[in-house]
Design a protein around this ligand. Structure first.
Ligand SMILES: C[S@@+](CC[C@H](N)C(=O)[O-])C[C@H]1O[C@@H](n2cnc3c(N)ncnc32)[C@H](O)[C@@H]1O
Length: 285
């Protein structure tokens, strides 16, 4: 570990050109738009990488990015520039909508096929798909003899690895997770809490970059794509919403983050109120 002096004297000196290089890289590979003025953020996120590689300076790290073809260092930098903020049952209302209205509706509509397909498209460290898995396990025991496919994807390998491990810090389980669910589905593992195997194995984690070609997805009943498109420009949002529209079942639901909307990006979606939440459905023409 280098001292803070390293950070101050060498790392915190990103030139405008270096900032533009990183900005171009994350825009091209993840569609994330870094506003001008976010130089401090790039410095903060790249300094640990420069330190771990014993790079001479941030400038030399960025020079390597500039002069070599896209590879593991570039992927690591893109990964470092993602924002991974998440929590269990984030915003609560979408989960209440699932419990009170949407899952009961799916149970009725799919009672013959007995299949339900759910996709979380930016699952970060796993709290969102695991919240859905716990909700299904806890409130819908009849789903145990259904085929329940819960796919969770993210661009960040680091987040996917953490999510697959199903281990959460005390702070993470104190955010949004109701105490009875903590008691029922987690056990202490040193300083962490380990999620029960029966919930962990309900979720399959995969790498998926939303702005690159997607691997095949099954016809989806439910899509959670929350708090990720707000980092993208309109063109990327439009493209992603179009692909979701084609992947959704005609009676499927899309949930976006509280600050996100399909409005002006894809008018083929309509916003519907479900309990105390908003969801999106493909308009019937
Ligand atoms: C703020 S978190 C949201 C997590 C969760 N959906 C929630 O609402 O709590 C955003 C996630 O989007 C992922 N992400 C960013 N750009 C992406 C891209 N181009 N493709 C797939 N995932 C991306 C990040 O790695 C991060 O884990």
């Amino acid at each position: 570990m280098r001292s803070d002096g390293y950070a101050r004297s060498r790392a915190a000196s990103l030139s405008r050109r270096d900032f533009e290089t990183v900005r171009g890289l994350v825009k091209e590979h993840a569609a994330i738009v870094l506003e001008p003025g976010k130089s401090y953020l790039v410095e903060a996120r790249l300094t640990p990488i420069a330190q771990s590689l014993r790079a001479e300076s941030l400038a030399s790290l960025v020079e390597t990015l500039r002069t070599t073809p896209f590879g593991s260092l570039h992927a690591r930098v893109v990964d470092a520039m993602t924002t991974n903020e998440t929590s269990f049952f984030r915003d609560l209302h979408p989960f209440e909508a699932l419990r009170k209205a949407i899952v009961p509706e799916i149970l009725r509509r799919r009672e013959v096929e007995r299949k339900i397909h759910v996709w979380c498209g930016a699952s970060s460290s796993g709290q969102e798909p695991y919240s859905i898995a716990m909700l299904l396990h806890e409130h819908f025991p009849q789903l145990r003899d259904w085929s329940v496919v819960l796919i969770a994807t993210d661009i960040s390998e680091e987040m996917l690895e953490r999510a697959r491990a199903g281990r959460f810090s005390r702070l993470e389980v104190s955010r949004g997770l109701p105490a009875p669910l903590l008691v029922r589905y987690f056990e202490r593992a040193g300083a962490e809490w380990k999620l029960a195997e029966e919930v962990r194995r309900m979720v399959t984690f995969r790498t998926l970059n939303l702005v690159k070609p997607w691997p095949p997805l099954p016809p989806l009943d439910l899509v959670f794509l929350r708090n990720v498109m707000l980092y993208f420009d309109l063109e990327a949002r439009r493209e992603i919403l179009g692909r979701i529209r084609r992947a959704l079942q005609p009676d499927g639901y899309l949930f976006l983050g509280a600050a996100e909307t399909t409005l002006h990006a894809d008018d083929a979606f309509e916003r519907v109120a479900v309990e105390r939440s908003w969801a999106y459905r493909v308009r019937r023409s």
